[in-house]
Design a protein around this ligand. Structure first.
Ligand code: THG
Length: 263
C-alpha cells in the first residue's frame, strides 16, 4: 500500500506563496510533517506556474530532499518538467505522475519511465476525453496496460488512476469508480490502482467525510495506493484501521505502531 502526501502543490495558496518567496524552510517543514505522518512518497506539483514550471520543479525537488529521504512523485503533464524533477530525485524509485492513453502524452512520457526506471501513474483516459463509466475506463486500461508492459514497464510498476469525478456533479461517479476497480483487479491482478481522493467531494459540504468514506470503499474494492493529505489524522486512522480489517496488516503491526506513535 502506497501513501503519497499531496500537500506540496502550488494550487494551494500557502505553497504558492512559499514558492514565490523561495521559502525553503516552509517547504522542508511540510515535507517532513507528511513523512512523519505516514506518507511513503511526496507528491511535487507546481503546475499552476506554467511559465516557470520546470525550473520551480527543480527547486522544489532539491528543497524537499533537504528535509526527507522519501522517494518523490513528480506530478506534471509536461514532459520537460517531469524530466527535470526525475533527474534530481535521489531517494528510492521515483513515481511519474502521470502518463495517459493520450497519444502525444504517452509518446513523450514513456521514454522517461524507461530512462528513470520509475513507477508510473497511468490515467484511465485517452484522446476521447474524460471517462464517465467503468466501461469507458476499461477500454483505455485494456490498451494502456499491454502497451506499457510491451514497452518494458514492469506490470508491478503501473499504478492506474481511474480519475475521480465529483459525486456532486454526477451521482454515479463514485460507483463507476468502484466498479472500475473490481474489473481491473479481475483482469490485471498485478497492476496497482491509485487515486487522488479529494476530487470526489468537490462542491459538497463536509468534504473530509466524503473523502474518508471513499477511501474505505475503494480500499475494500481493491485500491492499493492514495494521493491524500496525510495530516488529516482521521483519514490516516481510517487507513490503518481498514488495512487491519481487510487482512492487509499482519498481526495488526502497522495499526499498533501507528497508535503507539500517536498517529
Ligand atoms: N490523480 C493524480 N494526481 C493528482 C490528482 C489525482 N495530483 C493532484 C491532485 N489530484 C491531488 N493533489 C491535491 C493537492 C492538494 C489539494 C487537493 C489535491 C488541496 N485542495 C484544496 C481543497 O480541495 O480544498 C484546495 C486548495 C487550497 O488548499 O487552497 O489541498 O487525482 N494522479
Amino acid at each position: 500500500m502506497l501513501i503519497v502526501g499531496e500537500l506540496i502543490n502550488t494550487s494551494r495558496k500557502s505553497i504558492r506563496e512559499a514558492v514565490e518567496n523561495r521559502d525553503a524552510a516552509y517547504i522542508r517543514d511540510i515535507a517532513g510533517k507528511q513523512v512523519q505522518a505516514g506518507a511513503g512518497y511526496i507528491d511535487v506539483n507546481c503546475g499552476t506556474l506554467l511559465d516557470s514550471e520546470a525550473e520551480v520543479m527543480g527547486w522544489l525537488v532539491e528543497t524537499v530532499q533537504e528535509a526527507v529521504q522519501a522517494p518523490l512523485c513528480i506530478d506534471s503533464p509536461d514532459p520537460k518538467t517531469l524530466d527535470t524533477g526525475l533527474s534530481l530525485a535521489r531517494f528510492g524509485q521515483p513515481v511519474i505522475n502521470s502518463i495517459s492513453g493520450e497519444k502525444e502524452r504517452y509518446e513523450a512520457v514513456l521514454p522517461l519511465a524507461l530512462k528513470y526506471k520509475a513507477k508510473v501513474i497511468a490515467l484511465c483516459m485517452d484522446d476521447g476525453g474524460m471517462p464517465v463509466t467503468a466501461g469507458d475506463r476499461m477500454r483505455v486500461v485494456r490498451k494502456l496496460v499491454p502497451d506499457l508492459v510491451c514497452a518494458g514497464v514492469p506490470m508491478g510498476d503501473i499504478y492506474l488512476d481511474p480519475l475521480i469525478i465529483p459525486v456532486g456533479t454526477s451521482d454515479q461517479a463514485g460507483s463507476e469508480v468502484l466498479e472500475t476497480i473490481r474489473r481491473i483487479k479481475a483482469e490485471f491482478p498485478e497492476v496497482h490502482i491509485i487515486c487522488g481522493l479529494s476530487n470526489v467531494s468537490y462542491g459538497l459540504p463536509n468534504r473530509k467525510l466524503l473523502n474518508q468514506a471513499f477511501m474505505i470503499q475503494t480500499m475494500t474494492a481493491g485500491m492499493d495506493a492514495y494521493i491524500l493529505d496525510p495530516l488529516d489524522h482521521t483519514m490516516m486512522g481510517f487507513y490503518y484501521a481498514s488495512q487491519a480489517l481487510l487482512g492487509k496488516d499482519e498481526f495488526c503491526m502497522n495499526y499498533l505502531s501507528a497508535y503507539r506513535n500517536g498517529l
